[in-house]
Design a protein around this ligand. Structure first.
Ligand code: DHB
Ligand code: FE
Length: 280
């Protein structure tokens, strides 16, 4: 059977993508950020997952305000990247696993999550930046991907509680797949940030650190917040926290934190990193 070996969260700030392209790994501005990642890459190299379920939000590349599904799951043989306006280099396509995608889609719909299935899906920085951070050598490793896209862009957004339960349903879907695959679940985005309006630049370190602790030890505690609570506490784009909660929901076993990092400022955003192991 397929097995979820762990979950990883990271911010997906586009500036990181440019810093990677320019190899700014030793630049003093970037060191406190990049130094968080080697332990995660080492863990991935040791544990060798076959598939990454990437829970992220599209920022106007594949979906726009005219048509915006609440939950969408990729079912394509590969996923193409393009730049939706941040000036990032276009990266090579990411291999998919359509058979596992369809299993997840069927299982989610049977579980009463009415999602949009996408046999074509372009992936933006919300997907690609974390993939570059975790698998700089992704072609050698051959990691397959399943994009799971949650709307954090146009209100109404799904509640934290709904996203946590979606994650639990993804966990059940993976664990009922009869191939011996190792699966890792990524939750991208966050932490506190607001990119525009009167509160542009808003960061709430105390709230971020509380979330990073609770998401490990007591994720249910975060499901009591409404989306508007999160906007108030973490900024308009801090709602990306729901992507982290969906990741956490998928970890159904005994969860232990192996590594974490928190750093401000990266661009306008407090960046957070967590590596969680999921023991059966
Ligand atoms: C930034 C953060 C994001 O999450 C994003 O999607 C785009 C930009 C930023 O901090 O610049
Ligand atoms: Fe974002």
């Amino acid at each position: 059977m397929a097995q979820i070996i762990g979950g990883i969260t990271t911010s997906h700030i586009p500036a990181i993508g440019n810093a990677i392209s320019k190899e700014l790994f030793d630049d003093p501005y970037w060191v406190p950020f990049f130094e968080g990642y080697p332990p995660v890459r080492d863990w991935l190299a040791d544990s060798k997952p076959d598939v990454a379920i990437v829970i992220y939000n599209d920022h106007g590349l594949n979906f726009f305000l005219d048509k915006l599904p609440t939950f969408a799951v990729g079912a394509a043989p590969e996923y193409h990247n393009a730049d939706e306006g941040w000036g990032l280099a276009t990266l090579d396509p990411y291999p998919g696993d359509p058979e596992l995608s369809w299993h997840v889609i069927e299982s989610l719909v049977a579980d009463e999550f009415d999602i949009t299935s996408c046999q074509e899906m372009k992936v933006d920085h919300g997907f690609t930046v974390p993939m570059s951070l975790f698998w700089p050598n992704r072609k050698e490793v051959g990691i397959k991907t399943i994009p799971v896209c949650i709307n954090t862009v146009q209100h109404p957004l799904p509640s934290p509680s709904r996203c946590y339960r979606l994650g639990q349903a993804i966990g059940r879907a993976i664990e009922s797949y009869d191939k011996d695959l190792k699966v890792v679940v990524l939750g991208t985005g966050g932490l506190s940030h607001q990119l525009d309006g009167e509160r542009a630049g808003f960061i709430n370190k105390e709230f971020d650190l509380m979330c990073m602790e609770k998401i490990v030890s007591d994720p249910e505690a975060l499901t009591g917040y409404s989306i508007h609570d999160i906007v108030r506490l973490a900024g308009a784009q801090g709602t990306e926290l729901i992507l982290w909660l969906a990741m956490r929901g998928a970890l159904t076993g005994t969860v232990s934190k192996l590594h974490g990092n928190y750093h401000i400022p990266i661009s306008n955003t407090a960046s957070g990193l967590l590596l969680l192991e999921n023991a059966a």
